[in-house]
Design a protein around this ligand. Sequence first.
Ligand SMILES: Cc1cc2nc3c(=O)[nH]c(=O)nc-3n(C[C@H](O)[C@H](O)[C@H](O)COP(=O)(O)OP(=O)(O)OC[C@H]3O[C@@H](n4cnc5c(N)ncnc54)[C@H](O)[C@@H]3O)c2cc1C
Length: 434
Amino acid sequence: MIVIGGGLAGLAAAAALGSTGATVELFESRPFLGGRATSYSLPDSEVIDNCQHILLRCCVNLLDFYRRLAVDDKVHFFAEIPFMEPGGRVSIFRRGLLPAPLHFTESFLRLPFLNLRDKLAIGRAFLAILMEHGRRKDLDDISMLDWLQEKGQTPNAIERFWRQVLVSAINEELDRMAASHGFQVVRLGFLAASDSYEMGVPNVPLGDLYGSQAWSRMPAVKLRLRAAVETVEVAGGRVAGIISGGEIYSAKQYVSAVPFERLGGLIPAAEIDTSAFEHSSITGVHVWFDRPVTDMANATLLDRNIQWFFNKDGGRYLQLVISASRKLLEMPRQQVIDLAVKELREFLPAARDAQIVKAHVVKEARATFSALPGLHKHRPGTRTRLENLWLAGDWTQSGWPATMEGAVRSGYKAAEFTAAALERPAKFLIPDIK
Ligand SMILES: Cc1cc2nc3c(=O)[nH]c(=O)nc-3n(C[C@H](O)[C@H](O)[C@H](O)COP(=O)(O)OP(=O)(O)OC[C@H]3O[C@@H](n4cnc5c(N)ncnc54)[C@H](O)[C@@H]3O)c2cc1C
């Protein structure tokens, strides 16, 4: 079979099918794997991730994919999530002694950045999520903000809890995010199991996770880099072959794992309508200081533009993340750095006297699709109108928002359809935790 696209969706499809011994040829246009979750070298040879990527323990398919590549031990999990206020006060979110779904009760009641009214409102909303999940039918069509307002959430709870948690998770503002996505994050991340919220951060550059060593155990998988697929030939309602570098390649089955904005130009005969999709951006700011400015591994930052910092090198190198960063796209890079550093210094006093050695901004204008209300019905499934073409990518009906887990799920689904068509039926997809 042939896979087009070496992001997580295409890699997951290739790894799953490769494990069955099927012959797989993957075509990736860039010189490296990983697509939007990758790393590359700066001109001074420093290797950076395009942006810090995190996962939660409830990303069961992504973790399964990392196990297939034997890199699951390269992800460090944190059981404590620090919320930091300007000025530096830290509140820790962690599980306590009570069983799920009550495991956060102790730390939640102690959080100083929310008052009692906020906490009661959030508690009521958690209960409503448990009650309405699977019963309420309009969650794909209303915004999370509409739902929160319907549930009488206080302005402080919306700004300092819901917005803080969900905008980073879904990469969209609350008024542009379908409520179903907010439900899913809370249900799977906060309520389903007492450890599902634990945050995983790879302790190697993202690109190292897809290194060639793991693939050498799957000799039937051939990865072609710098190999853009230029044309997909269609005949008689089937894909007949692809053209890459002027050569024709053919197989019995094909998986397209390219982003939505690429599909129409590449395979018009698939007739997938992507006109309802919009992009949402993420901005990563990388700052190197002349001395350590924190000993914390990471924290989510309240009330400012930057939403997270991640400590990448003994407190000297921090990666700052701003999700749904539409308004920063037009801002000149130096202004983005100035803004991010000015804000960071409000949280980390040690950064106030530290000198900046260098800084780098990555604006990913097409980071994810925008999880808009009403979009759900436009996300295509795995099957296409071409008999031997299967669709993968975080934007397809993966059951998840645009995340690494969503991409891997879509890849596993496409691999299952392909395996069935090749008469080697296999199950790869792991169901969400209940
Ligand atoms: C800055 C940023 C931060 C993020 N943070 C997180 C996070 O913390 N946690 C999380 O879970 N998710 C995060 N995401 C989202 C996550 O990265 C994506 O959802 C996921 O990686 C998408 O994978 P994909 O395989 O569907 O698509 P892609 O990664 O876009 O892969 C598609 C691949 O197809 C290739 N391609 C395109 N056209 C062709 C062609 N004609 N021929 C051959 N190859 C082609 C592309 O080069 C690309 O490698 C983030 C994304 C960004 C950009």
